[in-house]
Each structure stands twice: as structure tokens, then as C-alpha cells.
Ligand binder design. Structure first.
Ligand SMILES: [Zn+2]
Length: 255
């Protein structure tokens, strides 16, 4: 009888170890699900108590990026920059180092931004984003976790293979990010006051607005408008953050 006691004790310990392991595996799975995305369901989405504005700039780096970083720094604000891979080179190194050091976030936008090239097929889009990722990683040491489709995730070019692309990039750990407030600053050549008015039209509708602006060589009016846009949010009680700090990544609902 006594010889059986160690065997029983060992069996109990083994069962305990297995159940603890299962608990941990279950917890990890739960954590993955908790990081799920914020699928846009319209204006009825729940409202967190803390108000944070997520300013995003597409199409950089440009000759204006440093000015944008100055304004963000002066206002103690941070933003997310979705970069164009073929604009990153030795000359932009210092700017991107500062961008990161200041607490801003980098995402991938595209390598070429040529609709005819990137949206030809699922493969061409995938390869374009991977090329952008590589350019960003090689020049900044950072692999972006988010990307933004040129013209947003529901653009007509990508419709036939949108889900395939999103799935393939998700496997690589990449999530796409859309927006819910737009400065409309890349449509025509709007003035600073027009860009401000565009943002103002629905800036306080969301407690976590994701604001689309542009950082391209022609975005001088955006730079002009930026201090007022930041001030507008501050006065309405918003803080500022980067996309990965948002409760969920903002995405438009897929068809
Ligand atoms: Zn763009």
C-alpha cells in the first residue's frame, strides 16, 4: 500500500500541472481576442469616458514633417505617421529618428502610392506593403504594426481581394487603420481655414476620433491649420495619442 502513495502524489501533481498549463493557454487566447479591432458600426458605438484624439498623417516623410513635429512638440501632442516607403532615404533619417524619439508612431502606407501598380492584384498590394515595411525597418529599426490603405480600406480598387489581403497581412501581425474624421486636405487645394472647417464639422462626434491629415510636399495649408486643430481638441477636453494606444484599431466595416 505504502509504495502506491508516491505514485498517487505524483499523479495529483501531474493533473494540477496540466490544468494550470491549460489555464495559461486559455488566458493567452483570451488576450489575443481582447486585442481585436474596432469594426465601425456607425454613430452608436460605445463611448469610453476618456477622450483622446488620434491625429494621423498620410504620405510622409516630406519637407514639412519637421514643421509638423515642431507643432506637435510645442503642443505636447503626439500623432501617427503612415509613411510612403520610396520617400524614405538617408536625408529623412534624422527626421524619422526625432519622430520616434518624440513618442509618435510609424505605420506603413505604401511603397509607391501608384494605384495602377499597388492595386493590380492581391499579390501586388501585399508586395507593396511588404516593401514599405522593409524600407521603414531598415531606416528606423522599427517594424510597423499598422498600415493604411491608400484611399482607405473600402476603396473600389481593392474590393475583389480586400479580405484576402487583410488576412494575409494579419498573419504578419499587421492591422489596417481607417479614419472617422477627415481634413479633406488632399482633395484639391483647400485653404487652412477650409481644412479646419472640415475637421470641425464632426470633430467631437467621437470620444476617440481618428483624424486623417496629410504630410506631403504640398501640405502647407495642413501645417498652417494644425495648431488650430490641436487647440480645438484641447478646448473640448481631448488628450492626444498614437493609434496603438487606442482602445481598438479603427476600421471600416467590410461588406
Ligand atoms: Zn496617401
Amino acid at each position: 500500500m505504502n509504495k502506491k502513495i508516491p505514485f498517487i502524489v505524483l499523479s495529483i501533481l501531474a493533473i494540477l500541472a496540466c490544468s494550470l498549463w491549460e489555464y495559461n493557454v486559455g488566458y493567452d487566447n483570451y488576450k489575443d481576442r481582447a486585442l481585436d479591432v474596432d469594426v465601425h458600426e456607425g454613430a452608436s458605438s460605445k463611448t469610453p469616458e476618456k477622450k483622446t484624439a488620434y491625429i494621423t498623417f498620410d504620405d510622409g516623410p516630406s519637407n514639412l514633417t519637421d514643421k509638423i513635429l515642431d507643432i506637435l512638440e510645442e503642443n505636447d501632442a503626439r500623432a501617427t505617421f503612415f509613411l510612403i516607403g520610396n520617400q524614405i532615404n538617408d536625408n529623412t533619417k534624422g527626421t524619422l529618428e526625432r519622430l520616434i524619439k518624440d513618442g509618435n508612431q510609424i505605420g506603413a502606407h505604401t511603397y509607391s502610392h501608384e494605384a495602377g501598380e499597388i492595386y493590380e492584384s492581391a499579390d501586388s498590394y501585399y508586395n507593396d506593403i511588404m516593401k514599405a515595411e522593409k524600407a521603414i525597418l531598415q531606416n528606423t529599426g522599427i517594424a510597423p504594426l499598422v498600415y493604411r490603405f491608400p484611399w482607405g480600406s473600402s476603396n473600389a480598387y481593392i474590393k475583389p481581394y480586400r479580405k484576402e489581403i487583410i488576412g494575409r497581412l494579419a498573419v504578419k501581425g499587421l492591422k489596417y487603420c481607417d479614419w472617422n474624421v477627415s481634413g479633406e486636405d488632399s482633395v484639391g487645394r483647400p485653404s487652412a481655414s477650409q481644412i479646419i472647417a472640415n475637421v470641425r464639422s464632426n470633430y467631437s462626434q467621437y470620444s476617440e476620433p481618428v483624424i486623417l491629415l496629410h504630410d506631403s510636399a504640398t501640405s502647407t495649408q495642413t501645417v498652417e491649420a494644425l495648431p488650430t486643430i490641436i487647440e480645438m481638441y484641447k478646448e473640448a477636453g481631448y488628450g492626444f495619442g498614437t493609434i496603438s494606444e487606442r482602445s481598438k484599431i479603427y476600421q471600416w466595416k467590410l461588406d
